[in-house]
Design a protein around this ligand. Structure first.
Ligand code: UDB
Ligand code: ZN
Length: 194
């Protein structure tokens, strides 16, 4: 099983490298990796298992965070008294998004970041996404609310972007700015995003 020891932390090059397209249909290895990632989220959300293994309760995990540089991630969360929603995104694309932006009032954290970072992270309020599931079937889905925020956080990991790249350094709690970025340049000076 995956534990916190399998999750790479800030400073690891896998977190800054754009991930590779996943061949479809998925290999047995890629499907197993996704299953292990989802099991990590389940374990981390189970208070007893989380306590036993020292897991932070995760709502999303992207493959680059376990040093697998592939375009895939898993998301899992439960609203009170509801069945948990589990979703796997392989080779996701944002087809369109709202003009409206949103943010979590208390900012964001990350399983790969062992410190708290002040400031809010602007996200699109709604995104329309095209992706492939773990069985190689493509689907389109509209996301809003917390789900849309988690999706965008994980999607950023596939492009080497960390949540704090999107916090305005001069005004960390600035409201209603588009989720654009200043160009971040990797060590070999190739732009990662714009
Ligand atoms: C998380 N969990 O899993 F608002 F029910 C975070 C950690 C880093 C704090 C473990 C989280 O935000 N849980 C949460 C938040 C709520 C309501 C609720 C549970 N991630 C995933 C991650 O690092 N993926 O790469 C960070 C989240 C910050 C915003 C979206 C993802
Ligand atoms: Zn993260």
């Amino acid at each position: 099983m995956l534990t916190m020891d399998d999750i790479v932390r800030e400073g690891h090059p896998a977190l800054r490298k754009p991930a590779e397209e996943v061949p479809v249909p998925l290999s047995e290895e890629d499907r197993q990796t996704l299953e292990d990632m989802m099991q990590f989220l389940r374990n981390s959300q189970d208070p007893e298992t989380a306590e036993t293994y020292g897991l932070r309760p995760g709502v999303g995990l992207a493959a680059p965070q376990i040093n697998v540089s592939k375009n895939m991630f898993v998301v899992r969360f439960a609203e009170e008294d509801e069945e948990p929603i589990e979703m796997t995104f392989v080779n996701p694309k944002i087809i369109s998004h709202s003009a409206e932006t949103t943010h979590l009032p208390d900012g964001e954290g990350c399983l790969s970041v062992d410190r708290s970072v002040e400031g809010t992270v602007p996200r699109y309020s709604r995104v329309k996404v095209e992706a492939t599931d773990e069985n190689g079937h493509s689907f389109t889905i509209r996301l809003r609310g917390f789900f849309a925020i988690v999706f965008q956080h994980e999607f950023d990991h596939l492009n080497g972007i960390m949540f704090y790249d999107r916090i305005d350094g001069d005004d960390p709690y600035k409201e209603d700015v588009p989720p654009a970025l200043k160009v971040i340049r990797s060590q070999d000076d190739t732009p990662l995003s714009f």
